[in-house]
Design a protein around this ligand. Structure first.
Ligand code: BJW
Length: 240
């Protein structure tokens, strides 16, 4: 039985056509981070924030999971069904491509683009059409308080207890397509190592935390993740 924890970042969804943040032509090279990804930015100019997230929400309907999402979904199912082990996927991505690729129980530590949240009462509801400034919260009746259900800088990521529990029990920690620039996700490799896990980085190029990994594989996620997932599935079969 093996406990695997996979952390994913924007690089995983890049080949599905979704922009990363810090690569050439990434969001943060074009947008002012403080204006669109902080509570101060939201309070100052909510329309600017909505103008950043509404098109990204609409874009989700036109993109598909790529081979890496699908391979992770298959590996998760295989590990759970063949060995009774755990295969926890923690994603920093706010898209829904893991779920559409066949994965379940995904921890969306930076939120979900298909949900909106009331800034006043915290009620969650589906984010189907564009959020408008005049929208009224169906739970508390407040107008103009609906915001995307995403975690901005300075806000507490979602599901931290669950993440730490999975990392403590991990035999293998795999980090895929993330720059290692953002805390607390960037510290997960160190936490997993402390708990005794072997660690693997998959990326196009070394991340900021590359030196902390036992093994590093570089290339497009659609190829490298797929190869690793099939190796994992084949390993389960030889153990049976
Ligand atoms: C491919 C590929 C292909 C490309 N195949 N690979 C000073 C020091 C230290 C920390 C702080 C500090 N000041 C403030 C902080 C904390 C702050 C932080 O880390 N800031 C740093 C930037 C300095 N963090 C926070 O505020 C977080 N909250 C927090 O810390 O709460 C306190 C707390 C927590 C826990 C315990 C105790 C206290 C919240 C962070 C919120 C991040 N939000 C965002 C935006 C919202 C969501 C959205 O709009 O989508 O989340 S920022 C953005 O960065 C987004 C991402 O999820 C996140 C990570 O980016 P990611 O995924 O790594 O993307 P990139 O673009 O950086 O990298 C892409 C990678 O893919 C690259 O490596 C490519 O090579 C690779 N790649 N194509 C394989 N085809």
């Amino acid at each position: 039985m093996q406990n695997i924890v996979v952390l994913t970042g924007a690089g995983l969804s890049a080949e599905s056509g979704l922009q990363t943040f810090r690569d050439e032509s990434g969001h943060w090279l074009i947008e002012d981070v403080d204006a669109v990804a902080s509570i101060e930015g939201w309070l100052r100019d909510p329309q600017r924030v909505l103008d950043f997230y509404n098109p990204r929400r609409a874009q989700l309907d036109g993109v598909q999971p790529n081979a890496a999402h699908v391979a992770l979904g298959k590996a998760q199912t295989a590990v759970r069904e063949s060995s009774g082990g755990a295969f926890t996927i923690i994603t920093q991505n706010i898209d829904d491509l893991h779920e559409r690729g066949g994965a379940s129980g995904v921890i969306h530590m930076h939120g979900e683009l298909r949900k909106q949240r009331c800034h006043v009462c915290d009620a969650l509801s589906p984010y189907e059409a564009a959020i408008g400034r005049a929208d009224v919260c169906l739970s508390c009746g407040q107008a103009g308080a609906m915001r995307p259900h995403v975690v901005w800088f300075g806000e507490m990521p979602i599901g931290m207890d669950e993440c730490l529990e999975a990392l403590a029990a991990a035999d293998l920690f795999v980090s895929i397509g993330t720059s290692g620039a953002v805390q607390p996700a960037a510290s997960f490799v160190a936490i997993a190592r402390e708990g005794g896990a072997r660690t693997l980085e998959i990326n196009l190029k070394p991340s900021e935390t590359a030196r902390l990994f036992d093994e590093r594989r570089y290339g497009p996620a659609s190829q490298v993740v797929t190869d690793w997932a099939w190796e994992t599935i084949a390993g389960l079969e030889t153990r049976l």
